[in-house]
Design a protein. Sequence first.
Length: 356
Amino acid sequence: MMSRPPALLLGIPVDDLTMDEAVDVIGHLVDRGRTTSNHHQIATVNLDFLTNALDHELVRRRLQEATVCLPDGTPPLWAAAALGMPLRERVAGSDLVPRLFEAAAERSWNIHCLGSSVDVASGVERLVAEQHPTAAITVDPGPLIGPEGEAPEDLIDEIRAREPDILLVALGHPKQEHFIATHGERLGVPVMVGIGGTLDLLVGKRVRAPRWVRSIGLEWAYRAAQEPRRLVPRYARDLYVAVPAICQQWVGSRRPGDGRWQVIASDRGVCLSWNRTSTGHPDATGYGDAVAAIRAGAPLTIDIASGIPGDADIAQLVGLWRVCRLYDREIVWEPAPDVRLGERLMALALPSLESD
């Protein structure tokens, strides 16, 4: 379960998961959601998500509070590598959804898809009937949804009545993220994923780039050539807003912190302590041990004193914080973070620091 630290891209934690790991994590969250009645939001983050998060505080909060953020797009992978927090693999929604359809039959998942047009919904139903005849997968284009996820009550009741294990929301970003965050608790679905225009790609309404184009990271250019009026202005805005911000973060990352985290995991708990004598990148092995201990019931103690963490160190802290939140584990600061660090954590990736 997310045993590697995330990358922190413009304050958004993006998880270091492969496609196989992402499917397994979703399965774990389905099982956990069935047991605890909790719901989990998964976002597929590309450069446009990061741009919107810079411009809109609510979008930023939605992504920061998601259970999992997957790297959907090559630019986030490039950015993470440049910032010293490399991600192993792109996990695109257009690849993830077919994998979830396959797993639905194997793992007895009930999947419901919301959004798209009537024609696309019908096409997906035919595709599922042909390729996955034993899978419990339904599709509903749904009614008109407001820009911040406003939806009629009867839609929420209808989805609840279906009792899906996974809800795939194809409303486009950021509407789908707002919808999931706004209605997630009432929907009671264990896992909800924003999938954008993936259903259009599945039925051929939009043509996906050839594999070799995807392999060199130029799928965005292929898409822009197909839909220049819609996508060229969006991509131009992304380049204008997000790329300079990433460059600014890169400049800051050239000035590393004055030490690094030392992760000590034991039966009694996990201690994340600041070691001024250590330098270099944080220890990913210790991080994995800490995640395992937290899952097993250990609390997390954070002893930072007055250190100055770099972005990669903050990413480790954010990752462990998210694991503790998922498993309802106690977090103890010894001592409490100073004002400067506290403000940085809340601004970067821990908006709930004050309330916790």
